[in-house]
Write a protein that binds this ligand. Structure first.
Ligand code: FES
Length: 127
């Protein structure tokens, strides 16, 4: 038997804008909890014995800064927004363990429309 793939990857945006920057960011001084979310996610996955099959990944901007703090759960392109520790608890219990995404925490459809196929994107850019 080979080395098993992770069941899930969780990409947590850890981008923080420099002080004074008007653009919002997922990790900010204005929201002290935002600085603790990645650590909290990892700790909860460890406590529940999930770390062997769920990989938390620190990532930079995922281009949904207005909805931050955000994290993307793969497979499935599930973009969770306005994260808090309580939301992370429910996402782990209901989505990761229970395999039912927590729909009320997902990004609104108008900000997360269908992806553009790469061939289509090439045509649109004149390639
Ligand atoms: S800073 Fe997190 S999505 Fe842009």
């Amino acid at each position: 038997m080979g080395i098993p793939q992770p069941a899930f990857y969780i990409f947590k945006c850890e981008q923080s804008a420099p002080p004074g920057m008007p653009k919002p960011s997922c990790v900010s001084q204005a929201n002290p909890e935002s600085r603790e979310l990645f650590g909290y996610l990892g700790q909860k996955l460890m406590e529940k014995g999930l770390i062997a099959t769920v990989s938390p990944i620190r990532t930079s901007c995922l281009n949904r800064c207005q909805q931050g703090p955000v994290m993307l759960v793969e497979p499935g392109h599930f973009m969770y927004v306005a994260l808090t520790k309580q939301k992370i608890d429910r996402i782990i219990d209901e989505h990761i363990i229970g395999e039912k995404p927590v729909t009320e925490f997902l990004i609104e459809e108008e900000f997360w429309d269908k992806a553009i196929a790469p061939m289509e994107a090439m045509k649109m850019s004149g390639m």
